[in-house]
Every structure is written in structure tokens, then in C-alpha cells.
Design a protein around this ligand. Structure first.
Ligand code: SD4
Length: 301
């Protein structure tokens, strides 16, 4: 068995996996590992779709979505449309651990974050300010959501610790120039992430407005329950999305999965994610080594 181990979405998942492995290899929990991994990406201003330095909505405000799920207790916490807080995954964990609820949204998620000691932060960088100014120049329709290279890429992380427990985290600034108040798949249990400690964990990235219509992460975990390998389950989930939403595949979706025994896999839509400039990559870490893999791609449902 390959444990402990960790898998994350995208090439920027590699440093996140390294941070998770440090915790896991010292006997830490998968829950601590996925939170720490998410924080690495949330703090990185060069990742323009997660946390600090994430692209803003149509009004120029950065609204963050995040969720964390702990397989050991089958519990979860989430925040949606959270503003001005740098590490939304840690607020999601506080929702899980300090409230009876699963998700807090908008201004009251922010109020909760500040009351719990979260720091009020300007999430903009020079890069996102310039990108937003350019966006406003080319459109007088703030309500239109464009889907281009700048607005992909959530970090989803699934980890398995030395005790055999699973956890997952998913954190994003969502789609750039989205309608204010729009919440994607990432903070929704079953869509952006799902964990069943008896089976496995999964997380998704891509067009959340489509992903949430098929509960992608839940389907992937249930695929593993039915005996599919993690790769087969991911391919099945993506194929299901393409079958149900055939006209929307150009907008792209991908998922990762980690089974209870440490087997792992991934899959992505072909259109939207396999252009040379945007190959679907994910990172996997075990035994102090993190590797990047590409694909596989699913062409149709
Ligand atoms: C969302 N799923 O808010 C996120 C964005 C993303 O690759 O992952 N794009 O829809």
C-alpha cells in the first residue's frame, strides 16, 4: 500500500503536495495535510485562481469558495463568496470544527472569519488589478462571464495518512469576472470534493457551473465503491458530464481520485483542457517524491 500519499490538481499542486507530504511523513493527519497544502496555493500570488492574487468578479471584488472534508468523522466545512480573507480553507475548517453547520456564505462568512481571528487582507495584486482594468476596457457587460486561460484552475487535494484516513480540500477564487454572488462547485460537498473513508476521495476543477450539475466528486467516489479503479471512476465521471451536458464540454472539467488503498487516478475533458497551452496536469506525492502526470482525456460521454 502506498501510504501515506497525496494527489492534487494542476502543476501548482506540486508544491502543495510537498507541503502535505512533510506533514504526512511525520505521522500527521490527512486533514492537517490537505489544509496546509491548500494554504500553500492560497498564499501564492502567482496562482491567479486561488486565494491571495485570485482574479476578481465582475465588480472587481475577489470572492473565494473553499471546502474541506474529513473522512475520519465524515464531516465537512465550507465557505462561499468569502471576501478579504487570505486562507479560506482554514475558515472552512473552523466552520467544520466550531459550528454545527457545514457552509457559511458571503458577508456572514466574512464576519465569522474575522470573529475567529482571520485577518482582513487586500487580496488584489498588481497583476489582478491590471487584468481587471483590461477586462473592463474590453467589455461594457459586467454580467457576461468569459471563460479563458486566466480563470481556470482550482486546487483540489486528496490525502491518505499513515493511519489509513482520507481527507480532501478544494479552494478557488472561481471564474474570473463571474457575477457577484456566484458560487461554484468547489465549496459544495459532492461536487468540488467528496470523501468516504471506507472507499476513497475525489476532487474536481473546471467549470463549476457544469460540475455541480452532475455531483462529479460524489459520482467518482461511488464509481470506486462499485469496483472501478480511480482512473476508471474519473473517466466515468467525466464521460457522464459530457453525456449530460454535451454542449458545454468546451469549458472543461477534470477530476482526481485517491482510493483507500493508495491507488490514484485522474481524468479531464479533452476539449478545453488538452490544448498545448493548457494540458491537464495533476501532482502525486509519496515517499518524499512528487511527480506530475498529464491526462488522461475523455473525448465524449
Ligand atoms: C469554479 N471549479 O468556481 C471552479 C473553477 C475552476 O478550473 O476550477 N476552474 O467553477
Amino acid at each position: 500500500m502506498n501510504l501515506p500519499c497525496v494527489i492534487a490538481t494542476w502543476s501548482f499542486g506540486a508544491p502543495a503536495c510537498r507541503a502535505a507530504l512533510e506533514i504526512l511523513e511525520e505521522g500527521g493527519s490527512s486533514l492537517d495535510a490537505v489544509e496546509r497544502a491548500a494554504n500553500v496555493t492560497e498564499d501564492d500570488p502567482d496562482v491567479t485562481s486561488v486565494g491571495y492574487g485570485g482574479m476578481p468578479n465582475a465588480d472587481g471584488i475577489v470572492e473565494l469558495d473553499a471546502a474541506i472534508m474529513d473522512g475520519r468523522r465524515h464531516t465537512a466545512g465550507a465557505v462561499a463568496a468569502l471576501t478579504g480573507i487570505r486562507r479560506p480553507i482554514s475558515i472552512a475548517r473552523l466552520v467544520m470544527e466550531r459550528t454545527r453547520h457545514c457552509m457559511l456564505a458571503g458577508g456572514n462568512a466574512r464576519r465569522f472569519a474575522l470573529a475567529q481571528g482571520g485577518e482582513d487582507t487586500d487580496l488584489h495584486t498588481d497583476r489582478t488589478r491590471a487584468a481587471y482594468a483590461a477586462y473592463r476596457e474590453r467589455t461594457d457587460q459586467p454580467a457576461v462571464v468569459h471563460f479563458d486561460d486566466e480563470n481556470h484552475d482550482t486546487i483540489g487535494i486528496c490525502a491518505l495518512d499513515a493511519d489509513g484516513h482520507l481527507a480532501a480540500a478544494c479552494t478557488t477564487s472561481g471564474l474570473a469576472w463571474k457575477l457577484p454572488g456566484r458560487v461554484g462547485d468547489s465549496p459544495i460537498v459532492g461536487s468540488g470534493l467528496y470523501v468516504d473513508d471506507e472507499i476513497g476521495a475525489a476532487s474536481a476543477t473546471g467549470n463549476g457551473d457544469e460540475i455541480m450539475k452532475v455531483c462529479l466528486s460524489y459520482r467518482v467516489v461511488m464509481g470506486m465503491e462499485r469496483g472501478m479503479t480511480p482512473t476508471e471512476a474519473c473517466r466515468d465521471g467525466i464521460a457522464y458530464l459530457l453525456r449530460k451536458r454535451p454542449d458545454h464540454q468546451a469549458q472543461g472539467a477534470a477530476c482526481i481520485a485517491l482510493r483507500k488503498d493508495g491507488a490514484w487516478g485522474a481524468a479531464a475533458t479533452q476539449i478545453g483542457f488538452d490544448e498545448m497551452s493548457r494540458r491537464w496536469q495533476h501532482a502525486y506525492g509519496a515517499r518524499s517524491v512528487v511527480t506530475l502526470s498529464e491526462g488522461p482525456y475523455v473525448a465524449r460521454g
